[in-house]
Design a protein around this ligand. Structure first.
Ligand code: FES
Length: 371
């Protein structure tokens, strides 16, 4: 080999070397980047593959059975850990705290779920690796590069390889592994489903369809309309023409979850000239032009708190839905899809405004309207 004087010479030199060694299947190494070094060989020998070391299980059936038991034991530990996960999910309380090194104080439930789930997954992985390394076929395969779309013979060959792989996995011969792997993988689906279904929180039941206005006070008394936030009752005579009150039901602070009740039961009370009200039902559900509507926007639930006295429109500040107070609070503009629910009110013996019953439809975003 002559020393090239320029890059193109290098190229031709290497080409010459490669072609001149036809029939030699050892890899040739280009040396042009090592010009000037007298210590490097002109070519490297292909080191080839190390000698194949056969595994104990390949020739010793007793060793193969031992490996089989080890794999099965790992899958069995995974199943046990999965069962412990399920038990922990129900048995360990949310309020139990443990103290761990480095981590410090943490919830016992999280620790137990994390450890058991991790153990379950780890043992499935270890079992699969141990199975592959000790029992599955240990042959070295050389595959030539080929077109992306394999010819039909190759595709058929792939199917055969898969079939051979299945055969080589010895699943048919070793049902213990088959069943324990099936059990480990099958049980492992439980924690995932359990978290998806079991951790969604309590069912809403009728909570989304009812408000505190639906229930009466002890003794069957209807709930009075109370100023928000003062908590004082409102007489009909307090509601002068054009005035607006933000209202909550009487007794709301005595409920187990007042904030949640307020989110649903908030009402806006407005007085307008009765003859402006076009809807007979709206007139009937109010008192002398004083009407009460849910304050929860039927778009996505913002409080509808802006009243235009001249146009008698109620506006939601979030996305500008506009409701016509003179006609059942129908939507006249904006993304809301249905009218605000009206609260039927009357006056009790002492002159205070009370709710006759709850809203006749769910309050809030209109996706609850299923009609
Ligand atoms: S929440 Fe009222 S318009 Fe969107």
């Amino acid at each position: 080999m002559t020393t090239p004087s320029n890059p193109s010479d290098k190229e031709s030199s290497v080409t010459h070397d490669s072609t001149s060694e036809a029939g030699d299947d050892r890899a040739l190494v280009s040396l042009e980047h090592r010009e000037g070094s007298d210590n490097l060989p002109e070519r490297f020998q292909d080191p080839g593959l190390p000698a194949h070391i056969h595994r104990a299980g390949d020739s010793d059936e007793a060793a193969a059975r031992r490996y089989e038991r080890q794999v099965a034991a790992l899958f069995a530990i995974s199943m046990f850990a999965t069962v412990l996960f399920v038990v922990s999910y129900f048995a360990v309380g949310n309020d139990t705290v443990v103290s761990l090194p480095i981590i410090g104080r943490t919830m016992a439930l999280h620790v137990s779920l994390g450890v058991t789930l991790g153990m379950s997954l780890l043992c499935i992985g270890l079992g699969a690796i141990h199975w592959a390394k000790t029992l599955m076929p240990d042959t070295e395969v050389v595959e030539e590069r080929h077109e992306l779309r394999s010819p039909d013979e190759a595709r058929e060959g792939a199917v055969k390889i898969l079939a051979d792989g299945l055969e080589g996995s010895q699943l048919k011969r070793r049902p213990l592994i088959k069943y324990t792997l099936g059990g480990a993988l099958g049980l492992f689906a439980i924690p995932l489903g359990l978290q998806l279904v079991g951790s969604l929180g309590p069912l809403p039941h009728t909570d989304l369809e009812t408000t505190l206005w639906d229930s009466k006070l002890p003794g069957g008394k209807p709930r009075r309309l109370m100023r928000d936030p003062d908590g004082t009752a409102i007489r009909l005579s307090d509601v002068t023409l054009g005035s607006v009150f933000h209202v909550l039901p009487e007794g709301i602070d005595a409920t187990p979850d007042p904030n949640n009740e307020k989110l649903k039961a908030a009402v806006i009370l407005i007085s307008l000239q009765e003859n402006l009200i076009k809807s007979a039902r709206e007139r009937k559900w109010g008192v002398d032009g004083v009407v009460a509507y849910s304050k929860i926007c039927t778009h996505v639930g913002c409080p509808v708190g802006l009243y235009e006295q001249t146009t008698h429109h109620l506006l939601c500040p979030c996305h500008q839905s506009t409701f016509d107070l003179t006609e059942d609070c129908k939507v006249i503009f904006g993304p809301a899809k249905r009218a605000l629910p009206q609260l039927k009110i009357s006056v009790d013996d002492e002159g205070y405004l009370v709710a006759d019953h709850g809203f006749d439809q769910p309050v809030g975003p209109s996706f609850w309207e299923r009609a």
